[in-house]
Design a protein around this ligand. Sequence first.
Ligand SMILES: Nc1ncnc2c1ncn2[C@@H]1O[C@H](COP(=O)(O)OP(=O)(O)OP(=O)(O)O)[C@@H](O)[C@H]1O
Length: 345
Amino acid sequence: MINKDKLKNSSINDILDEYPYTESFFEGQKLEVDDADKSLREIFADLTVEEMEDVVFDVDQFAASLASHIRNMQEFLGENDSIVGTLSILAGKDKDGIRENYDKLDIKSGEIISIVGPTGSGKSRLLADIEWTAQGDTPTERKILINDEVPDKKWRFTGGKKLVAQLSQNMNFVMDLSVMEFLNLHAESRLIDNQEDVVERIFKEANQLAGEQFSREAQITSLSGGQSRALMIADTAILSSSPIILIDEIENAGINREKALELLVGEEKVVLMATHDPILALMGDKRIIINNGGIKDIIDTTGEEKELMQELKVLDKVLTDLREDLRYGKNLSKISDELAEVKTA
Ligand SMILES: Nc1ncnc2c1ncn2[C@@H]1O[C@H](COP(=O)(O)OP(=O)(O)OP(=O)(O)O)[C@@H](O)[C@H]1O
């Protein structure tokens, strides 16, 4: 997803600064460069006919070949994180076939976007459109762009290195492995240096997210729903190099949602999260409102809402504690007269 046109207008020095491994590429080409501060376009414009013959390529082919070299190197180095600057959603249609009332929604890396709307309104569908990098070929007819370009189709199919990591409501393990075997297997496939430390960290974080603790030797197929999700979340947060993270209703997982989100939100990632939970929704920088299959509105989270979130956290803590007491067979008592007076009618 390196932009070929941007490369053409960049100087050799700028390209080397940003992608130092292109040095070998330039060395391999017989490109005559008198001034490395000139853009590729200028360098090609200044070539004599003889020099041009040596290079074989014209500037377009040269930039395309350079872009492909950079992509390969980024993939090899696992630098996918830096690839997505902007994820864009181009308007499609709602369930009645009516066009959505925005043209293009840009989401920048580092942003958290929540997706809210009634049950069945199309939240999961929107996440699926992004995962599939839809090009008008889903029921919504939306299109997804990455860095303002149509994403490479290979993202749909490559197994190991994915553009999108998705955590969905129904996640079950099918392999017969212990927790540690599973984590080591995954870490090995990512070719990381400090495998032992990383695997240990995932195990610890997962246990902090899960309500009930589990051991290193536990079979992953025997974990509870909450434990499996905790493990998947910690694994995704710490091991995944995917620059886009999609989360479908983390609240149903019986895990510490807030901690989970904190763990997942790497600075360089785009995070989209379908939720019915006001605390999670307000953790987003923006929220997409979905109704009848279409995006109806995009709202920025206000300062007042961020303040409200603190109050909601207090309420949430009260409920969490009650749930905990209930689970461990304690009798519940009235919380406070103030709360008791809140009208529920
Ligand atoms: N624009 C659309 N056009 C046609 N079908 C759509 C559209 N949007 C969503 N759908 C379909 O509507 C159904 C419900 O959507 P979806 O599962 O995404 O809802 P949801 O908001 O995630 O619901 P829940 O909150 O219950 O998880 C799905 O079958 C989905 O494919």
